[in-house]
Design a protein around this ligand. Structure first.
Ligand code: 26Q
Length: 808
């Protein structure tokens, strides 16, 4: 147990809350609204965090510490108050103190909107990493954009997904401290002229648009640590001088129009995690983030250490996927144009600073930009990219690489700029996010580079912060764990292994079972409150919660549900375990096929749930508006977690880790981190099925024939026929055609090829589920092995192998 320090006694906590309420609202605790109490608590947490961070920074400077700057276009933060209080060791005292005053802390937590500045895995990973970095006392600043609108709110209208704006700032801005002292200017468009003066290149900018990058800092304290992570959120403001000139010349309307255009940059998060779109606004966002972050890093370094050649000693820069890779030419620009360093000196520094994580091998996700767009939008950056490309080609040629290979590796090819290649060439380390994914990168996607560079590629398997995803989201299981092994696991997840000695203890296993049931009851109540849907916690909860995407194969899951439905329709007394299939996740707004899958699930749910003959044993629900907060309720209530991507397609997955950490069992393919979870948790820890990644390659090469499954497997026939017939009066022939077709419009993720093996895995799963003691024993056994998948371990890997950080 974290000792409650003297300063945090209940009485003093109340006094602090009172003081904040007086200061901001001139009101006493007894009369304050929950919203006012929320704000008061937020201010207490911020003040404590600021003091803590300042102390840490001083210490860090004294000890010559190196800091990591983590650049990401997404941080999927969720709510902040609970985590802040938990990590500062204030949660219990505050809850108790408020309770004594007749207030319920849970109602206060509810006030806060999720900060949904991300689409899915990549953004949530960034947030988990901040928590671990802060907890492990590694100095860190995250950089992201302060989107006015986070990921859209999902609402179903007649079963179809619609999108509503997410106005998170109304409750979210309390955490953000404006830093006018750190603002800087980012230039777009126009043209540059380059000339030589005294042997130095002079770059002049003409007719460019100047945008002020204005940062807001959020503080995330570590747990039981000395450190606080800062997340710098950059907003775009039209720069004042620019405005006043126009205003005073009487061009009022135009000045305002330009102001609006500039402030578009941080208006909205792009709602896609799967498809590269060459939208110019997205490119502007990327350069805006990259430039602002680099300027602030260099400015701070110069103030502290003067000498730019010392940058690699004090700074590491990590780019989370290629989205912030323009930081490479931008840093070159700053070092050369603004500080007079040579190309070679600058390149050496950049290469020592920058490292890159790849999160996808899907071809359509890899970023490629039109050369002409980059040339227009950021002319100076374009000329630096061209020079990087020229020098790379020259080196490859001098090492006798053949022209075809050079073209594949080059930054610019066929008038397009390949951001992956730029990221690989500029970074000293490149990593994938699971063993399989890193192997595919080395052997396949980036195979040429793996030959070209010695030791550049490595693996860091993803992790999740078990503090948020177990301690905070599953207080019942967490309390049981504390009772059994104490509280050390909160700081050191490997301690969870000590649970292993309880897996034979029937009383403990019964406890585990009871806890799962209670969590399922909670989730059922939540669903009743939010969507007015009844589900029965006595049924098995089979959950697939993640972005809706063809490669993740929600359709394969749907096929199985239809198959069960067909059996029950034929014989309502069939011996089938009562199950509730729970889907959750958003489809990218412009992704037609994904939206059709959402519609199918909703129509299927409507039909099945209204069929009195089957709905005692089978129910289907689609949880609206999946978010971090919904995940925090759903993961603890999960019995079965569906991780069924086509092997080789899911880089890692992190929802798999959240489910297993909360005592769920996976039905999964041999993909991403599923493989490592299954290996580490041991034989029988999950229900694996389907083709392996190598087999997938072979089937693709030798031709996939979906129609043969329809002809040979009666299960497939039944299911496809039912899709054609339709659900709730709507035919889904489009989807059945897709599943059966081999042409371009067909299913590249081969659902039918894995269907039979998937059904068999369900049968096996069912067998274990019928023996509750064995089932829950396996659940606890898995939990005991999940320490490895804490993001604390991932961060230790990055710190040691890639960033070379010292703990402060
Ligand atoms: C790129 C260009 C234009 C518009 C959007 C994008 C874009 C945005 C987000 C492309 C990709 C993403 C996000 C990818 C992502 O979330 N990948 C997931 O990363 C997780 C963390 O490593 C992995 O666990 C998942 O397997 C991977 O899918």
């Amino acid at each position: 147990m974290k000792t409650t320090t003297k300063k945090n006694t209940e009485k003093e906590t109340i006094a602090k809350i009172d003081q904040q309420l007086q200061k901001y609202y001139n009101i006493s605790l007894a009369d304050a609204t929950d919203k006012q109490i929320f704000n008061a608590l937020a201010h207490i947490a911020i003040d404590e965090s600021f003091v803590k961070r300042q102390k840490f920074s001083r210490n860090c400077k004294r000890k010559d510490g190196k800091a990591i700057n983590y650049l990401c276009m997404e941080f999927l933060i969720g709510k902040t108050l609970r985590t802040s209080l938990f990590n500062l060791g204030l949660d219990k005292t505050v809850a108790k103190a408020l309770k004594n005053k007749g207030k319920n802390i849970e109602n206060i937590y509810k006030i806060e909107a999720d900060a949904g500045l991300g689409n899915g895995g990549l953004g949530r990973l960034a947030s988990c990493f901040l928590d671990s970095l802060a907890t492990l006392d590694y100095p860190v600043t995250g950089h992201c954009i302060r989107y006015d609108y986070g990921l859209f709110k999902q609402k179903f209208v007649d079963g179809q997904q619609t999108e509503l704006p997410d106005e998170w700032l109304s409750s979210g801005d309390v955490w953000q401290v404006p830093r006018p002292d750190k603002a800087c200017i980012v230039r777009f468009d126009g043209y540059v002229t380059e000339s030589f003066k005294d042997g130095h290149m002079q770059v002049e900018y003409h007719d460019c648009q100047e945008v002020e990058a204005f940062p807001y800092d959020m503080m995330f304290s570590g747990y039981d640590s000395k450190n606080v992570a800062a997340l710098r959120l950059w907003a775009a403001k039209s720069s004042n001088t620019f405005d006043t000139k126009k205003f005073s010349q009487g061009e009022y309307a135009q000045a305002l129009a330009e102001k609006n255009e500039i402030e578009l940059i941080n208006k909205v998060l792009y709602p896609a995690d799967d498809h590269m779109q060459g939208k110019s606004l997205r490119l502007r966002q990327q350069y805006f983030l990259a430039s602002a972050a680099m300027q602030s890093i260099v400015a701070t370094h110069k103030r502290r250490y003067k000498n730019l050649k010392l940058l690699p000693k004090y700074i590491a820069i990590h780019i989370n996927d290629t989205h912030p890779v323009l930081c490479v030419p931008e840093l070159m620009r700053i070092l050369m144009d603004e500080n007079g360093l040579s190309w070679d000196e600058s390149w050496d520094i950049v290469n020592k600073l920058v490292s890159y994580t790849n999160h996808t091998i899907l071809k359509e996700s890899l970023e490629v930009w039109d050369e002409s767009l980059i040339a227009r939008t950021m002319p100076r950056i374009y000329s630096i990219i061209k020079e990087i490309d020229r020098r790379f080609r020259q080196e490859a040629k001098s090492r006798h690489y053949n022209q075809g290979v050079i073209e594949r590796m080059a930054v610019i090819n066929s008038r397009r700029i390949k951001m992956t290649n730029l990221a690989v060439i500029a970074s000293h380390k490149v990593n994938g996010v699971s063993k399989l994914h890193s192997q595919i990168l080395k052997e396949d996607l980036l195979g040429d580079f793996n030959h070209f560079y010695h030791n550049k590629f490595t693996n860091v398997t993803n992790g999740i912060t078990h503090r948020r995803w177990l301690c905070e989201s599953n207080p019942r299981l967490s309390a049981l764990i504390e009772k059994l092994i104490g509280t050390k696991f909160i700081k050191n997840a490997n301690e969870l292994e000590k649970l292993e000695k309880f897996v034979e203890d029937k009383k403990v296993i019964k406890e585990v079972e009871k806890i799962k049931f209670k969590n399922k009851e909670d989730f059922a109540n939540f669903l009743k409150e939010t969507q007015n849907i009844d589900i029965d916690p006595h049924t098995r909860f089979d959950v697939q919660a993640k972005r809706i995407h063809e490669y993740k194969r929600q359709l394969l899951n749907v096929l199985y549900v239809i198959y069960l439905y067909s059996q029950l329709k034929e014989n309502p007394d069939a011996d089938i375990t009562p199950q509730t299939f729970i889907f959750a996740g958003k489809a990218a707004a412009g992704y037609r096929r994904a939206k059709e899958i959402v519609y199918l699930i909703n129509q299927l749910a409507e039909e099945i749930n209204n069929n009195e003959l089957v709905n005692k044993k089978l129910k289907v629900v689609f949880v609206e508006n999946y978010s971090v907060s919904v995940a925090e309720k759903l993961m603890p209530a999960t019995d079965v977690s569906e991780q069924i991507s086509l092997a080789g397609q899911e880089a890692s997955g992190t929802g798999n880790m959240k489910a297993v950490l909360n005592g769920g069992l996976m039905i999964c393919t041999a993909d991403g981190a599923n493989i490592e979870i299954s290996n580490i948790c041991g034989e029988d820890s999950s229900f694996m099925f389907g083709m392996k990644a190598e087999e997938v390659e072979n089937v693709w090469a030798s031709h996939y024939e979906p129609a043969s499954y329809y002809a040979k497997d009666p299960k497939v026939k039944v299911v496809i026929d039912m899709l054609n017939e339709g659900f709730n009066g709507v035919s889904f022939q489009g989807i059945s055609n897709y599943l059966l077709s081999t042409s371009d419009g067909g299913d590249p993720y081969m659902c039918l090829a894995d269907f039979d093996s998937y059904v068999k895995a369900h049968d096996k799963l069912d067998e274990l589920y019928r023996q509750p003691n064995l089932w829950h024993k396996q659940c606890l056994k898995n939990v005991s092995k999940m320490g490895y998948f804490s993001s604390d371990r991932s961060i230790e890997d990055y710190a040691r192998d890639i960033w070379h950080l010292k703990k402060m």
